[in-house]
Each structure stands twice: as C-alpha cells, then as structure tokens.
Design a protein around this ligand. Structure first.
Ligand SMILES: [Zn+2]
Length: 157
C-alpha cells in the first residue's frame, strides 16, 4: 500500500517515489484485452494544507494489451501527468487516517480506472484485420464494409 504518514508531512512535505506492485494496486480489471501485471510507478509530492493533504505528481502504469481491432499484442503505458488529489482531513468527505497514515492506494486505483482505455488500439488508426494487399486510402477508411463486401462475394460462389 502507498501510505502517507501525516506526522512526517507536518514539517516540510514529503516526496514519494517508487513502485506499487500490481497485486497491491489491485485494479480488479479482468479484461482479455488489457492486463495490468506490472507495478505502477509513482513520483509524488505531498503537502499538508490547513485541513487537507494535497498530493501532486505523476503516475505511470505499464499495460499489456491486445489491439481490439487487429488482435496484435502490444505494450503501452497509462500515464497520468500532473495528477493531483486533494484529501480532506475534516468534514464529511474526510479520508480515513490510521496510525497517522493516509492510504493513497484506493484513490490511485479509482483515478487510474477512470483513465483506463476501453478499447485498446495498437495505433490510433489501426485498420483492423486485413489482408496484405495494397489498399487504397478509401478502403482503409471502411474496413468493415470491405469485409462485408468480401463475404458477399464468397456467398455468391
Ligand atoms: Zn491494431
């Protein structure tokens, strides 16, 4: 777990750098196309405000994906740069403090899931499964139609 000790924070803020194992981040993602099995890298600063902790920095989570169009396997990194979390210590939304520590793990998990890719693509313009013949740009724009056209031809035979 990634915890911030509020006692240490009281003096002059904290720098948190390291890796959080995938098992501890525990995204609960069970997607055939996206696997999160490598550790989350974090580089964060935490400071104590009047009644809250402000955490800012960057997060990088390597993902093993399978392209949702062409099924090619590829690796990508989900990056959250300029990430910030405001953790109230007072009021209704206050974060749980245990032994002077705030656990950042659930907040990281939530924000990463919000940014999680839904349909991973090996490249933004992936044309999907295709034959290796030279394609005209028009055909590349409409891979689905292309496939249906070929199916129709097959049926006619
Ligand atoms: Zn692809």
């Amino acid at each position: 777990m990634l915890k911030i000790n509020l006692r240490h924070l009281e003096e002059n803020g904290l720098r948190l750098q390291g890796e959080l194992p995938a098992a501890e981040l525990d995204l609960g993602v069970n997607d055939e196309l996206i696997r999160s099995e490598r550790p989350l890298k974090y580089d964060l600063s935490a400071e104590l405000l009047n009644d809250a902790v402000l955490v800012t920095g960057s997060l990088a989570l390597p993902l093993d994906c399978e392209c949702s169009r062409c099924l090619k396997k590829f690796r990508t990194t989900l990056k959250l740069k300029g990430w910030a979390a405001h953790l109230p210590l007072e009021g209704e939304d206050k974060v749980a403090v245990e032994n002077d520590c705030v656990d950042l793990t659930p907040i990281l998990r939530e924000d990463i899931l919000l940014d999680f890719p839904q349909h991973p693509l090996c490249k933004p313009d992936c044309a999907g499964l295709k034959n290796n013949s030279v394609r005209t740009p028009e055909a590349a724009d409409e891979p689905a139609l292309d496939v249906w056209a070929k199916l129709d031809k097959l049926k006619l035979k």
